[in-house]
Design a protein around this ligand. Structure first.
Ligand code: ADP
Ligand code: MG
Ligand code: ZN
Length: 485
């Protein structure tokens, strides 16, 4: 029986985060009235001349530098020709050879090991418009054209065929998104189509050098969708080869609801596009100082932030990796910590609250941490109230529930509900004495040497105090009381 391995290459389109489009002054704002953001250039009127947006070049160079690319100083554009009604001029302005960025790298962690994935190129191009075939659930018997997206700048990033599993593709895209979010060169919002991915998948018998025939799955708009689609596609291809069939080179679509890929069209070859130099955009060279200036603007990236978390906050490798896996999470954590004076003692406790209680809530409500009803400031307050002994860990969970429901300040909740921790010895001695007299069985067991019996008495004290007695003080007093009588 032949065993097969999967080979995957990704093409990622990232909408560049600029105010205006790449070749005109129209706004890139998402969700505007159809065709509100258009002009003679992005609607492809004959004779309209594109003018390059410098900010788009800055964005791609920054992205390239952060991903260890070689920046090609010569900037040239080409026409990629095809017919499609959402690009009225019948060609797309893109970059052919050379792209602005060649030969980059991204390191992913897979099974606790680092693996470097080579990235072939990143180039600039313009986005296309959108054809609309339905309004709400009503299918139209004509099509509408919205050119708001036409001419928005894109960075297209193409990887080498080096990923070998659905999980590797997932890690690659997650890490890429993470880094680009730090750079702010794209918002990477997949729901708004600001990050899209074409996935190329083939399989080959293990040991064979030559790549198998690839299938391209177009326009994926979620990272977990990419993982699912690859897993499905690899199995589909294996079944075909194992029963003596042949893989067709084709473009397929992922049907998320059904969990299958479906054939869309057989794949045209790149030659069909008849690229030629764009005569309306004159080639020019980037200066060294332009590139150096952008290098200086690159902020702290996830890897460096992780190392800093370990060093400054004494976090474990695991905690720091998890916290820096998305920018939103790392920002939330650090915002919480920055509101506190004594960061070191709160650092681990905040991690615990995020990992357990907060994550559980966010998972259920499918909310991103940046939209959490508990603000980072309020979570930090809760943790400091535990640390200074105002409330016990147990009461904190009750307060947390309330905070999550109503976004309230924990101090207000404690005040309103009278949840302050009781540390006052006289009160606690009184409750302890009651508990001792009401549980003579546990008391005699304890005195006979069964240390565990103390737990039952502590439990009774906590119950009597509505969970508000300070457990440390309770423990001390009980031991003393039991010794004395
Ligand atoms: P196109 O633009 O026509 O889709 P490219 O040559 O730019 O073609 O390749 C696109 C992507 O396909 C790249 O990420 C590349 O790594 C990947 N790729 C190429 N051949 C294979 C293959 N046999 N199996 C899997 N991926 C492949
Ligand atoms: Mg392709
Ligand atoms: Zn325009």
């Amino acid at each position: 029986m032949t065993n097969y391995e999967a080979i995957i290459g990704l093409e990622v389109h990232l909408q560049i985060n600029t105010k205006s489009k790449i070749f005109c002054e129209c706004s890139t704002q998402f969700g505007a009235e159809p065709n509100a953001n258009t002009c003679v250039i992005c609607t492809s009127q004959p004779g309209a001349i594109p003018i390059l947006n410098k900010k788009a070049v800055e964005a791609i160079v920054k992205t390239g530098l952060a991903l260890n690319f070689t920046i090609n100083k010569q900037c040239t554009f080409a026409r990629k020709q095809y017919f499609y009604p959402d690009v009225a001029k019948n060609y797309q302005i893109t970059q052919s050879e050379p792209p602005l960025c060649s030969k980059g790298k991204l390191t992913i962690t897979i099974n606790k090991q680092e693996k470097v994935i080579n990235i072939t190129r990143i180039h600039l191009e313009e986005d296309a418009g959108k054809l609309i075939h339905e309004i709400g659930s009503r299918k139209l018997d004509y099509s509408l054209l919205d050119l708001n997206r036409a001419g928005i700048g894109l960075m297209e990033l193409v990887t080498e065929p080096e990923l070998v599993s659905p999980q590797e593709a997932f890690e690659f895209l997650t890490e890429l998104k993470n880094i680009v979010e730090y750079l702010r060169t794209s918002e990477c919002d997949m729901e708004k189509g600001k990050m899209r991915c074409d996935v190329n998948v083939s399989i080959r018998p293990i040991g064979q050098k030559k790549l198998g025939t690839r299938v391209e799955i177009k326009n994926m708009n979620s990272i977990s969708g990419v993982r699912d689609a690859i897993a499905y596609e690899v199995e589909r291809q294996k079944k075909i080869l194992k029963t003596g069939g042949k893989i067709l080179q084709e473009t397929r679509l992922w049907e998320a609801d059904e969990g299958v890929t479906k054939s869309m069209r057989s794949k045209e070859n790149a030659l069909d596009y008849r690229y030629f130099p764009e005569p309306d955009l004159v080639p020019f060279d980037l200066s060294d100082s332009f590139i150096e200036e952008l290098q200086k603007q690159i902020p702290e990236l996830p890897k460096a932030r992780k190392a800093r978390f370990i060093k400054d906050y004494n976090l474990s490798e695991y905690d720091a990796s998890y916290l820096t896996s998305t920018k939103a999470l790392a920002d939330y954590y650090e915002e919480a910590l920055n509101t506190l004076k004594d960061k070191k003692s709160a650092a681990k406790l905040i991690v615990n609250w995020i990992f357990t209680e907060l994550n559980a809530k966010l998972n259920i409500s499918k909310t991103c941490i940046s939209k959490s009803s508990i603000s980072s400031r309020n979570l930090a307050k809760l943790v400091s109230l535990i640390l200074d002994g105002t409330i016990s860990g147990k009461i904190a969970k009750i307060v947390f529930e309330e905070m999550y429901k109503n976004s309230t300040d924990p101090q207000l909740i404690i005040k309103e509900k009278g949840l302050l921790q009781i540390s006052d010895e006289i009160t606690i001695i009184k409750i302890c004495k009651e508990a001792i007299s009401e549980n003579s069985k546990a008391v005699s067991e304890f005195k006979a040497g069964k240390k565990k019996a103390l737990g039952a008495i502590i439990g009774l004290v906590m119950k009597k105090s509505n969970g508000q007695a300070n457990p440390k003080v309770v423990n001390e007093i009980l031991l003393k009381e039991l010794k004395d009588n």
